[in-house]
Design a protein around this ligand. Structure first.
Ligand code: SF4
Length: 475
């Protein structure tokens, strides 16, 4: 865990080309070894940032000469890319790591590694050494670019290799093995400086740092050339992008530059309400290719709870920004994160959250119960909420959101939507599904040839929080 707080000055290091070259040489050495594993499988937990990290890890594994196995049982090397934002993600990862110990009884050559946020947690490396000594390699989020070197060390060592440094880095040009060609993740910034009192991210992912705009645009150009239809910009707080860069840049400027480049669909995740500027709202209304959708985590609807969460906005400011977004982009798809049972939350304060969710009418909401994370300020706060009350609140919140979601989704009935098709329905084989411009999932008649294409539909129904469409014009 990074030993940092809000007073630690942000500082990061761009990995120089010679360090990356040393990693490429390590990868080449591994490729020529006869004793290396032949196949790999990456198990990913958590958010899109982790999903993209897994693409970078898979890219490096391919450089080392490994090929992807169809499942973790048949792989020679299994890598768990973990998340520690909530306790249940962590328990799930540890349970699956333990289960793999059984698989090793059948395959004694199996190598197991753990990386990502959980590996960077306080005391986790020691815990893994003590209770999960069968794990061969543990490394944190700052060491992703050193994967070949660590992998080589693992092959040469009888003891587990552990590397959980806390340096904040930006590494350009790592090999990447993308899950999808038509829709690509592009990280624009890493870490977070917000220090919300419940959140462990700044401690395990480090201080906020942005990539140079020229590097992002170069990556986007390459993706366009290889046929990408959609780019999802990633970061813990994308709308504060640009702080500390040598070349002055900000998020609205980045969106305008990507829009000019002609990326057909541009999305992003995640934004902080305090950094949602008037200029960003203007870009949302003006940029042709920026999709009409916005994920704006509110977390709570009560000012006192928001203050104790260290969120730096109040209910009215948040609602004002929602109104401004809706004015600039009529019909915009709004989604959010909402937390219940923050320490000390009273019934009245919870009712404020319910009334905000009711008032905004989100297209979807990620709802969850507060989960104490060791090392965060909220974990030490008095008034931790008993589980039965927390459960009751989350159930009421989910019931309200379900009702509102159906109501707000009805605005699409009879409307045209443009869907980027993601997959063929495994059940019917005659239906496909994908995401509309407003961010909602849509199912429509189709076949595997449609996957990766943009298809126009007329929305004819709503089923289980998914829109149902009939095909119109194929583009
Ligand atoms: S802005 Fe998001 S990532 Fe950053 S501390 Fe707050 S909740 Fe965590």
């Amino acid at each position: 865990m990074n030993n940092i707080n809000q007073n630690t000055p942000p500082r990061h290091r761009l990995i120089p080309p010679e360090e990356l070259e040393a990693q490429r040489r390590a990868a080449a050495r591994i490729r020529s070894r006869e004793d290396r594993p032949q196949t790999f499988f990456v198990v990913t937990y958590g958010c899109q940032m982790n999903a993209h990290d897994s693409e970078l890890l898979a890219g490096q594994l391919r450089e080392m000469g490994l090929t992807e196995a169809p499942d973790r049982e048949s792989a020679d090397f299994v890598l768990f890319n973990t998340c520690c934002v909530r306790d249940n993600a962590e328990r799930k990862a540890l349970g699956n790591i333990t289960w793999l110990k059984e698989v090793r009884k059948r395959n004694p050559g199996l190598l197991i590694a753990v990386c990502g946020c959980m590996a960077q947690e306080p005391g986790m490396a020691e815990k893994l050494l003590r209770q999960y000594a069968f794990v061969n390699l543990v490394f944190g989020t700052s060491n992703l670019h050193r994967f070949p070197e660590l992998f080589e060390e693992m092959l040469d060592s009888a003891a587990p290799v552990i590397r959980v440094d806390t340096e904040d880095v930006v590494a350009e040009g790592l090999p990447v093995s993308r899950l999808r060609r038509e829709a690509a993740y592009v990280s624009i910034m890493y870490g977070c400086d917000n220090f919300c009192t419940y959140c462990i991210v700044p401690y395990v992912r480090g201080r906020e740092r942005s990539r140079e705009m020229a590097d992002i645009l170069r990556e986007a150009e390459g993706l366009l050339e290889s046929g990408a239809q959609e780019i999802m910009l990633l970061g813990q707080n994308v709308n504060s992008y640009g702080r500390g860069l040598a070349e002055k840049a900000d998020f609205p400027g980045l969106l305008r530059a990507l829009d000019r480049l002609g990326v057909p669909r541009i999305r992003f995740m995640t934004s902080h309400p305090k950094d949602l500027s008037d200029e960003l709202i203007r870009v949302m209304g003006e940029a042709e290719h920026v999709l009409p959708q916005f994920h704006l985590p509110v977390q709570a609807g009560n000012d006192e709870i928001l203050r104790r969460m260290n969120r730096h906005y109040d209910r009215e400011t948040y609602l004002k920004k929602v109104r401004a977004l809706r004015e600039a982009v009529p019909g915009i798809g709004l989604t959010t994160d909402v937390m219940v049972a923050f320490p000390g939350e009273t019934e009245e304060q919870f009712l404020d959250t319910l009334s905000l969710v009711d008032e905004v009418g989100y297209d979807s909401a990620f709802t969850f119960i507060y989960s104490p994370r060791v090392g965060t300020q909220a974990a030490k706060m008095p008034g931790q909420i008993p589980p039965d009350i927390a459960r009751d609140r989350i159930e009421r919140l989910i019931a309200l959101q379900d009702r509102r979601q159906k109501e707000v989704m009805a605005r699409f009935l009879g409307q045209e939507e443009e869907v980027l098709v993601e997959s063929l329905s495994r059940r019917s084989g005659r239906e496909v599904s994908g995401k509309g411009r407003h961010g909602l999932s849509i199912t429509l008649p189709g076949c595997d040839r449609d996957v990766g294409r943009i298809v126009r539909v007329k929305v004819t129904g709503v089923k289980n929080n998914t829109l149902v469409g009939e095909r119109e014009v194929r583009s």
